[in-house]
Design a protein around this ligand. Sequence first.
Ligand code: TYM
Length: 329
Amino acid sequence: MKRMLSGIKPTGRLTLGNYIGAIRQFIAYQDEYELFVFVANMHAITIPIDPKILRQNSRDMVALYLAAGLDPNKTTLFLQSDLPQHAELGWILTCHSYMGELQRMTQYKDKTAKGETGITAGLFTYPSLMAADILMYDPDFVPVGIDQKQHVELARDLAERFNHRYSDTFVVPQPLVEKVGAKIMSLQNPTKKMSKSEDNPKATIDLLDEPAVARKKILSAVTDSLGVIRYDVEEQPGIANLLTILSALSHEDIDSIIKRYEGKGYGELKQEVAQVVSDFLTDLQAKYHDIVASGSVDDILKAGNERAARIAYKKVAKVKRKLGLSIIK
Ligand code: TYM
């Protein structure tokens, strides 16, 4: 069975973008692949975050993974910070990453281009930690949204570099980016990615938004004045985004949706998207509340941590041997 791994960082509440770009894939693949999914909480401290919020976001993330359909009997679900091997391998891979490579990572480049201050060294080197998260488990595929593809490519480069220097150690993974939904856009500025760290609440749909609130957000999504329903990311990014959301949640092809909307207006399309989003959230949140009430999150994480730790322990031991770090015979 081929292996697959992915994670999400709990810097904020999960958005519909995280669901469509990532979580939806995890669920679809869990029968076909040996799947590892984790809470990337060590990544969340690369920016300042209130410990209470971090804890809450992390617990919510596990409950939402489960509510969305991840089955802990099939998928290994774990908490990154419970496995010290991630930081250990992260450091080792940081020592094999070049400054130039990390400087080319778009997230770092964007922040420096905007003149942001207070960028931590952790934010700069986090792609090396992400490479460690991935290479630790030898996955064949890493399902991500388009914004994370560059980081998976760095993980590939690091795997190849390491294998070449010290002999075969890591599987070289492939990013898996879906055709539809790899980048869900902000509802208020559809040329920008929908993001957990967005300040304007009208721009994102949180998976824990009241369905009625989410409905309003869709109805007030920014579109354009062309008045025709087509899929044109350049000219009509707002409409393209609504079509993508509808297609991802209803499993109907974008072409078929467009046919249905020939001669119809934006109002009708928004109403349908609002309904589909609100139904989706109602169902997801009912499951989420059941899971939280059942108190099963801790046990599921404990079992997942143990399973992941067995692999991580062996991998780091092997890497340390190859590097000449272990000396006791
Ligand atoms: P993060 O937490 O920013 O995003 C988690 C996943 O959600 C996808 N995503 C989106 N997809 C579509 N539209 C959007 N608007 C959208 N926003 C986010 C992301 O592409 C990603 O797949 N560094 C990673 C977390 C991480 C990781 C890993 C992922 C740490 N280690 C190892 C994979 C493998 C991150 O910050 O993702």
